[in-house]
Ligand binder design. Structure first.
Ligand code: HEM
Length: 490
């Protein structure tokens, strides 16, 4: 059962590859004078990084839950931690030839040249960090089998945390001028992601394992719930701090691929916070007393893990994307940002219960006009930003407010009793609206988004609209919540 929950993390792979494909990051560029990086490396490196991040998270989670949070050290989870650390180790080892191949533009076969590998590992900071990481993870593999009590559990956790945080010292953060703040914030981000994501899966495995007493399950789950809250706070704060060091002004959040990826992760985090809060309220409190609480816990966790998987997929794509240099008047809003602000964020708001009665009454009565409004808002917002008539920061704020308000009103209308036709209408209109905004940008003479980028944004929009349908049918996790008050209009 828990294995099926963990499989939700795989949702990150297609989104990672799709995003990289739309950013043209999976194809050899062949710029004259620069070494050509083989396409195999461009595919394998992000996938290897994804495996590394997932394996690190699962290792951390199993050690935290099995070694520290459970009333007694849990041998099964600690052995699982060791196995995950082996996968982590293999991913780190694969990173060596892949990095050589990327840095020098060499085919895989030539990237294992011992002289080049030795100079990467001894003479570059990236290589030295890799060696330290490999050593630390090697210790975790061995010591994971030897955890006998809290002290050894804490030692293994410290080693795993250090290894998980080390990549923060290289990559974009290590290269940035605000080096220390960027590195520390990313290190905290990576550690909190690992403990939270891996911990959730590990705690589900612990609670669901046969023969687990309700008392042990309750104690461990409640301890994890507090830790998860701390992790989410740290993760959000460190992620936002790191992002603020990388993006120059809020306009870059909607006009550049890097900013759009951060926006998407922020929306996913909002959804995860809501799920976590509901899980705490409906599953955690009754785990040792209510018979159905374990099933509720798994249902919430399954959905959370899919969203976490998507966030990690986007994170790896983010780390493979060049940070922006800053937005200027006339820059175009990305179609993905339009989708995030007009459809995804409002969906999360309504799902969270932001349903003021007067607005519900108005929107539910005539839902179709709100479907048209949200589509028109997307076109208007893109024109406001692209026109360059007002400073780009102000244009971004105005466009953002228009999109979120129109999207929120539409989401309220769509989840009302007569909402289905409005959702279907929006599904149909969203496609030409995004194509139109993309085409109008081409007409203005600036580099337009590629058809693949617009296609992905449209697909994401249709996905949000499909989720609205599920929200109407109460098939998104809202278990045990009283039905929202609906006001019927004659
Ligand atoms: C407010 C929300 C968030 C913000 C602003 C944010 C921001 C960032 C930034 C700026 C980076 C550095 C990327 C680079 O190297 O250029 C990063 C990395 C990362 N983030 Fe987040 N993040 C957020 C939420 C999340 C969530 C919810 C998860 C997962 C559940 C996550 C997982 C990761 C991972 C795994 C990395 C490292 C990727 C890698 O280098 O392989 N983040 N994040």
């Amino acid at each position: 059962m828990t294995r099926r929950v963990a499989l939700g993390l795989l949702a990150g792979v297609p989104i990672l590859l799709l995003v990289l494909a739309t950013l043209d990051a999976l194809r050899e560029t062949g710029i004259p004078g620069l070494p050509v990086v083989p396409w195999q490396t461009l595919w394998a490196l992000p996938l290897d990084r994804w495996i590394r991040d997932i394996a690190a998270a699962l290792t951390l989670g199993c050690v935290v839950v099995g070694g520290l949070l459970a009333p007694r050290p849990d041998a099964r989870l600690l052995r699982a931690a060791s196995l995950c650390a082996v996968v982590w180790l293999v991913a780190l080892a694969c990173q060596i030839p892949l990095t050589v191949s990327e840095l020098l533009g060499r085919p895989w076969a030539d990237s294992l040249d011992p002289v080049i590998v030795a100079s990467l590992l001894t003479q570059t900071q990236l290589g030295q960090f890799l060696v330290v990481q490999i050593v630390l993870v090697g210790f975790v593999v061995i010591l994971g089998w030897a955890v006998l009590g809290r002290v050894t559990g804490a030692v293994v956790l410290a080693l795993a945390l250090a290894a998980a945080m080390l990549p923060a010292l290289s990559g974009h953060s290590g290269l940035h001028s605000g080096h220390t703040a960027a590195s520390i914030s990313l290190a905290i981000h990576l550690a909190s992601v690992g403990v939270w994501v891996g911990g959730l899966i590990a705690v589900c495995a612990y609670v669901m394992s046969p023969g687990r007493t309700p008392t042990d399950a309750g104690v461990t789950l409640r301890r994890f719930s507090v830790l998860a809250l701390v992790c989410v706070l740290l993760l959000a704060e460190s992620g936002l701090l790191n992002a603020s060091l990388r993006v120059d002004g809020i306009a870059t959040l909607i006009t550049t691929p890097y900013g759009t990826l951060i926006l998407a992760k922020s929306v996913l985090l909002c959804a995860l916070v809501i799920l976590g809060w509901r899980q705490r309220r409906y599953a955690v409190s009754g785990i040792d007393t209510e018979p159905g609480a374990r099933a509720v816990l798994l249902r919430f966790a399954a959905f959370e893990v899919v969203l976490m998987g998507l966030a990690i997929g986007l994170a790896v794509a983010l780390s493979r994307t060049a940070p922006p240099t800053g937005a200027i008047a006339g820059d175009r809003i990305t179609t993905a940002s339009l989708t995030l602000l007009a459809l995804a964020l409002p969906l999360v708001l309504v799902w969270a219960g932001a349903r003021p009665a007067p607005l519900v009454r108005i929107t539910e009565a005539y839902p179709e006009p709100f479907a048209v409004t949200v589509v028109v808002a997307a076109i208007v917002a893109s024109i406001i930003v692209a026109a360059g008539a007002v400073p780009i920061g102000l244009a971004t704020l105005v466009a953002g407010v228009i999109l979120v308000l129109a999207g929120w009103a539409f989401a309220l209308a769509a989840t009302g009793p007569r909402g289905v036709p409005a959702i279907l209408l929006a599904m149909v209109l969203w496609i030409p609206a995004l194509w139109w905004t993309a085409l109008s940008w081409t007409a203005l003479g600036d580099p337009a988004e590629t058809p693949l980028q617009v296609g992905l944004a449209i697909l994401a929009g249709e996905g949000c609209l499909a989720l609205l349908l599920l929200l109407r049918e109460r098939r998104l996790p809202r278990t045990a919540e009283p039905a929202p008050a609906t006001v019927s209009v004659p």
